[in-house]
Ligand binder design. Structure first.
Ligand code: PMP
Length: 385
């Protein structure tokens, strides 16, 4: 039998209240468990029972692999949040947005061209763009590093595919496309473009926009993402990829996603208010600890007007992009590790060892422990002890 409650890495016991001494806090993975209390509160309405005979087929009754009801709920959510234009656009589903990254790269790449499309992203960038593009080695596309090195350098005869992550993982910035021109195609990764993590200044309107259930409702394990696509031919290519790769997205995941979206819609703005309040408080606490230290600094994020909340709101990013300022702290990850904090190395984001990404979206237990360890690190090292 599966346990009814799950504890954070450093905690155990029947109610997860027992702290393991000397434990290193996990601030590494981007598991969005900060949303767990929201779903505990709505445990009854979000639960569902699936009979053994239900949804056994490969296909829905219309012969597709996509639940039309789920698609229409996704459109409703975007219309309410105002974070993406979906009217007149196609929606493709993916096994997480991870599956859609390469589906989009392939769909935008030329066939049998003399040179492969150059796939680029702006440093610091989410490493999977590079890792996946390299893994799926192809004659049609190749990862070519940092966008800025192609800004004044790209010949108009080679296709360029730019990943634009907005808000960015790791630094939370609302990035915009850097490259322009007939030969440039842009994939907007909006996994974090939700009121929990950022003001929503305007509905996104890119040619290909990727979203994910993982960072929206927190159900990373359900592996459900979607792409909003302007061009029909690109949409067809992307769903062809998903059909050949996994025969679409698991029907049970689609069912669960639908159930969760129904609860989100019934609860009006609750998930956004809960998400924002939680992440904003975390950022405030973290900023106040780091402000006491000259040893570390954080990314600067300015307050911005949010059309969803209809007010200027404070920062509430998913990650802290921490920098070690002291000359001798060249390996910032090791500095934190010595203080019993496990972050993600800056070089994973092609940014260098002075940086570390700290995940702020895990359970409250993890976050409280992170603050405690940072406090110790800051006070210990500042007085030279
Ligand atoms: N894009 C970005 C920027 C991410 O941070 C992540 C998850 N960490 C993903 C895509 C993939 O998310 P998923 O496959 O869970 O939808």
């Amino acid at each position: 039998q599966e346990p009814i409650c799950e504890c954070s890495d450093c905690y155990g016991g029947p109610d997860c209240s027992q702290l393991f001494p000397n434990c290193t806090v996990n601030a590494n993975s981007g598991d969005p468990l900060f949303l767990e209390p929201f779903w505990v509160k709505h445990a009854g309405s979000s639960a569902f029972l699936v009979a053994g005979w239900h949804r056994m087929s490969y296909m829905y009754s219309d012969g597709s692999y996509i639940s039309q009801e789920l698609e229409s709920h996704i459109r409703k959510v975007h219309a309410i949040v105002g974070n993406a234009i979906t009217e007149g656009r196609y929606i493709a589903f993916g096994v997480g947005s991870t599956q859609l990254l390469n589906a989009a790269v392939r769909a935008l790449s030329p066939r049998n061209a003399s040179s492969p499309a150059r796939v680029v992203a702006s440093i610091p960038f989410y490493p999977v763009y590079e890792e996946q593009t390299n893994l799926f080695q192809s004659m049609d596309f190749k990862f070519e590093g940092d966008t800025s090195s192609w800004k004044n350098n790209s010949d108009v005869y080679t296709d360029m595919i730019e990943f634009v992550t907005s808000p960015n993982n790791p630094d939370g910035k609302l990035n915009q496309a850097v490259l322009e021109g007939e030969n440039v195609k842009t994939i907007y990764d909006h996994a974090y473009y939700w009121p929990h993590f950022t003001p929503i200044p305007t509905p996104a309107d890119g040619d290909i926009m990727l979203f994910s259930m993982s960072k929206f409702t927190g159900h990373a394990g359900s592996r459900f993402g979607w792409a909003v696509i302007k061009d029909e031919a690109i949409y067809q290519r992307m769903i062809r990829y998903s059909q050949l790769n996994t025969i679409g997205v698991c029907r049970d995941s689609q069912l669960r996603a639908l159930k969760l979206l129904k609860v989100v819609l019934q609860q009006r703005n609750d998930i956004y208010e809960f998400g924002y309040a939680t992440m904003m408080k975390r950022w405030e606490r973290l900023s106040s600890v780091i402000s006491m230290s000259e040893r570390f600094s954080l990314q600067k994020i300015a307050p911005n007007y949010c059309n969803f909340f209809q007010k200027v709101r404070d920062p509430s990013p998913a990650y802290a992009w921490l920098k070690c300022e002291r000359e001798e702290d060249k390996d910032c990850h090791a500095v934190l590790r010595a203080g019993k904090i496990d972050g993600r190395e800056g070089n994973r984001f092609s940014a260098g060892d002075r940086y570390v990404r700290l995940s702020l979206l895990r359970r409250q237990d993890d976050f409280d422990l992170l603050i405690q360890k940072l406090n110790q690190l800051v006070s210990r090292k500042e007085d030279g002890s």
